[in-house]
Design a protein around this ligand. Structure first.
Ligand SMILES: Cc1ncc(COP(=O)(O)O)c(C=O)c1O
Length: 467
């Protein structure tokens, strides 16, 4: 086939273009084999590193590339899309989310500008659905980012601009130095908050950890009030936490929001996966007050079960957001009343991240996603009961939502060894942590596939591998 300029396509490309339907059919069949094998696939593993091969000169064509990938790489990949991968907080991909993801690549849209496509409106629709799902207010406008870390960065960048507004400077124009020292208060902040403060020029040292309630990871609101009072009227940022990684504890969001009547601060809520508590009537109280937040972070590749990567960021101050991320250029069109996404996030170009989320919400709705959330919560509670009944183990916190945090009753120092043995078995994957000074294990449930049978298998592994 001739290209537009009359020159020939590279023979491999030409061949692949002519055989595109069969090649995509083969890719589909390969993906189906992978998905059918998820249950038997080792959940995790650390294969010996494969020596890098030389850059292909001529290339092998799609079929050749797929053959090499299937032989050299795929067998060493984890079963993180599967039901017994309980490390970190990791979702899978629902069938509709996966289809949406394939079509994202197929259509290859860059939705940050509205000059050429209606893709932005699909993102807006999806954001409105998500806003409703999490019980946020109509005043919250959202955007898609790559993950909760980027959502925290974006929310805190808006908070930084708000601090400037309070002090009569624009950080976007004058730089973070114009602000002077900044205080960021939080009880049990996720590690990504320190990273965000470093990236934003506020510095990790700006973060002050406020005392938490006894035996909890939730902030002591009275101590938070003391810290705010000590600022003598200087505006601050409070990072409230809705779902901590170790024990899934929740700050009292409503009580924190009420402190704004007495002290000036920006309330950012990291609800990376905790926001999904809103989908379970028995747990929705945990996120009561979320709608009061000035900015909110929610991950989608965790409990919405869309493939990596996807998260959302909501704020009440879109004007400040546009001030921070404005990307003015004659060829990009005006900022206007409803700025294009290019003016609202760190990225200028990106994939149509909303599509997998749109597909899964369109396919399963609020009810389907609430069922996933409720089942994962029930599975965590069940594993919690089983662990509690095993003398070798000790729960370190009540199972509040979807994470079981426990240790070895007699030998906590051997938790690392245990985690490695479980991973090597291929049966399950749990991540080690340190909680309250003790080495511990976390089993985090956020995959749509996980059932009772998986919980039983995880419990059997724990029983089999206890030292
Ligand atoms: C509470 C919280 N915030 C932020 C993050 C960072 O998320 P990501 O890895 O998607 O950037 C996580 C990840 O586990 C989290 O649990």
């Amino acid at each position: 086939m001739r290209s537009q300029h009359g020159s020939r396509l590279h023979p491999r490309l030409d061949d692949d273009l002519r055989h595109l339907p069969e090649l995509l059919e083969a890719t589909r069949a390969y993906a189906v084999r992978i998905l059918r094998g998820l249950d038997e696939r080792p959940v995790a593993g650390t294969p010996a590193p494969s020596a890098p091969s030389a850059l292909p000169e001529r290339g092998a064509g799609l079929a050749g590339a797929m053959e090499t990938f299937a032989r050299r790489w795929e067998p060493g990949f984890s079963g993180s899309a599967g039901p017994r991968y309980l490390g970190f907080v990791t979702g899978g991909a629902t069938p509709a989310a996966l289809a949406g993801d394939w079509l994202t690549g197929t259509l290859d849209q860059n939705p940050t500008s509205a000059l050429d496509s209606g893709a932005q409106d699909l993102e807006r629709e999806t954001l409105a659905w998500l806003r409703e799902l999490f019980g946020l207010s109509e005043e919250h406008s959202g955007i898609f980012v790559s993950g909760a870390t980027m959502s925290n960065v974006t929310g805190l960048a808006i908070a930084r601009e708000w601090l400037g507004e309070q002090r009569g400077v624009s950080v976007a124009e004058e730089g973070a130095a114009a602000l002077g020292p900044v205080r960021v208060l939080s009880g049990s902040p996720h590690s990504s908050v320190g990273k965000a403060l470093s990236m934003l020029g506020l510095g990790r040292a700006a973060l002050r950890q406020v005392d938490v309630l006894p035996g909890r990871e939730a902030v002591d609101v009275a101590r938070l009030a003391d810290e705010l009072a000590a600022l003598d009227g200087r505006p601050a940022i409070v990072v409230a936490n809705a779902g901590t990684v170790n024990t899934v504890d929740f700050d009292d969001l409503r009580a924190i929001a009420e402190l704004r009547e007495r002290y000036p601060f920006w309330m950012h809520v990291d609800a990376a996966f905790g926001a999904f508590a809103a989908l379970s009537p028995e747990h929705a109280h945990l996120v009561d007050g979320l709608a009061e937040a000035d900015s909110v972070c929610v991950d989608l590749h965790k409990w919405l079960n869309v493939p990596y990567d996807g998260a959302v960021q909501f704020t009440r101050r879109r004007d400040l957001q546009a001030r921070v991320f404005r990307n003015a250029a004659a060829y990009l069109g005006p900022l206007g009343e409803t700025p294009d996404f290019i003016h609202l996030t760190p990225e200028n170009s990106r994939r149509l991240r909303a599509l997998p989320a749109w597909f899964t919400l369109a396919a399963y709705g609020r009810e389907g996603h609430a069922e996933i959330v409720r089942r994962d919560i029930a599975m965590a509670a069940r594993l919690g009961e089983l662990v509690d009944a095993m003398p070798a183990y000790r729960l370190l916190a009540p199972v509040r939502l979807n994470v079981v945090c426990f240790t070895l009753a007699a030998a906590p120092e051997r938790v690392g060894e245990l985690a490695a043995a479980i991973a090597a078995s291929g049966e399950a994957f749990l991540t080690p942590t340190v909680y309250d000074g003790l080495p511990a294990l976390r089993a985090a449930f956020s995959n749509w596939r996980t059932t009772d049978a998986d919980v039983r298998r995880v419990a059997e592994v724990l029983e089999a591998f206890r030292p």
